[in-house]
Design a protein around this ligand. Structure first.
Ligand code: ZN
Length: 138
């Protein structure tokens, strides 16, 4: 069995943003030479997500509105977590949007359903954060 590991760094200037990272993952897969297996992609920070959905700007706007309704950033005093850092909302948003995705690899390709793309979701930006790509297979 082969195994491959790579990290990507992001420095998002907005507090919340969604970035399509599908091409990064596809490049990793090509570099790995693995034709059949699984790829895991996860955020290495507890205020960021990796998730799969449609690359459609209306949907991303809807996510932002929905997440802000579920866990509004302000008033910051509503979160007990907001003592040393003011990112209680970002932890909750990350929990809803998930930590990681796993995608099947078939014939050397990411085996997606219709319109599926991989995204990095940032909920407490303006600092450097990592995403891990781990691939195993033959
Ligand atoms: Zn925190």
């Amino acid at each position: 069995m082969k195994s491959y590991r790579k990290e990507f760094w992001f420095d998002v200037q907005a507090r919340m943003a969604f970035i399509n990272i599908t091409h990064h993952v596809a490049e990793c897969l090509e570099e790995s030479g693995i034709k059949e297996g699984l790829v895991l992609v996860n955020a290495m920070h507890i205020t960021a997500s990796v998730f799969i959905n449609d690359d459609e700007s209306g949907l991303h706007h809807d996510y932002e509105k929905w997440l802000e309704k579920l866990a509004p950033h302000e008033p910051v005093s509503q979160y007990r977590h907001n003592t040393l850092e003011i990112n209680g909302d970002a932890h909750l948003k990350r929990q809803v949007m998930g930590r990681e995705v796993v995608v099947a690899i078939t014939n050397g390709n990411l085996d997606f359903g219709p319109w599926e793309q991989i995204f990095y979701g940032e909920f407490d930006g303006r600092r450097k954060k990592r995403v891990l790509v781990k691939i195993i297979g033959e």
